[in-house]
Ligand binder design. Sequence first.
Ligand code: ASP
Ligand code: MG
Length: 444
Amino acid sequence: MIVLKFGGTSVRNAEWINRVLDIVQPELHRSPLLISSAMAGVTDDLLAIAASAEKGRGEDALQLLENLRTRHLTACSELLACEESSTHHELEQLVSEVRYLIQGISLVRECTPRTQDAVVSFGERMATQLIAAAAETRGIETRLIDSRRFIRTDEQFTNAACLTGPTHELIRSGVHPEPGTLIVAQGFIGATDDGVTSTLGRGGSDFSATIFGAALGAEEVQIWTDVDGILTADPRIVSGARQVASLSYSEAAELAFFGAKVVHPFTIQPAVELGIPVTVRNTGNPGLAGTRIQAESEVHGVRALAAKKGITVITVHSSRMLNAYGFLSRIFSVFERFRISVDLIATSEVSVSMTVDNEVNLGPAITELQRVGMVQVEGRQAILCLVGKNLWRDPVFVKRVFSALAEVPLRMISLGSSDVNLSLVLADNNVDTAMRTLHGEFFG
Ligand code: ASP
Ligand code: MG
């Protein structure tokens, strides 16, 4: 069987839902399971609706909901050509459930994470109603299932963790893909043991797809989105960026971390473990093969570049560190206590430099770190990462990187700790130029 997951932009309206079905229809013999996100922007709208209601602006919330209702009903009549369809009624039903929730939130002026999940779940539920109905209209044997019956999660609402054991069991005993039948399910949503609706966090539909894929032993999980696959660099920065045909899981994970937002490493995990290939495809350009992510890539050398701006470098300096032990652990226990995630590290005998994201509130942690040594904080930095297996073993590669960047001051270098990347830290305002230079060097 195969899993095909479509993101919000792929199901943004009737025309696009038709494209999705054009893609799925020829795959019917492969026992497909289609996972869909909410229509583009709908999750954001539902969050805005919940927020308005919480602030007591019930009227605004209802107006926004009315827009969502119109949008789904319009798509429905375009797809089904019949106003009185049962799908029309199903959609009206779902909308009135959201209306009740909004009234409740407005009354108590409170929207708990749990209530918020209940509200946003309607995006995926409405989208899949439409898709399943449209598939049926085409004469495709279709089964719409409710992911909340299969994806078991903990109670961390808005960002729930999937409980793999029970989830796999539920999926294996309740979902039976077969050739010629299309199964349609919602991404993003699940339920707790008590049957309370939960969500897997923003962008969680990819995760849903690989969870189902892993449980059902899929041949392949296809992630259909609005880009041609993973590119050699951010095309907004590098005009000559092109598609990467295949990547290993660890290379893809590395890229995702560095801001190539095509797939999130966490969402690939369930597939990684079972060696199921994940293909990133463009719904707007289905003729392209996209990027295939698999256990091991057969290609060597630099696969792609990625950058992450908005980085702060923290350096802790202490001559007491010389030949002493326990310094690093004291430093990291501070970060642990304040729940700050450290990305790159470089150490010398008397100092340690670390990168963290700008957004975190560093104040209290810095005060603590000052007990360990002198602390220096440098904002407006960026990480530029070259991804490719075993790059660092190749002296020619290293020489090429540093000669190309001879003019750019580098603040930190991390090479060799992972076998798939070389990371450079440099000033935020130099990173675009550096990326173009390196792209020219390796892909020009
Ligand atoms: N609709 C959800 C979101 O926008 C989940 C997803 O699209 O993956 O975050
Ligand atoms: Mg989305």
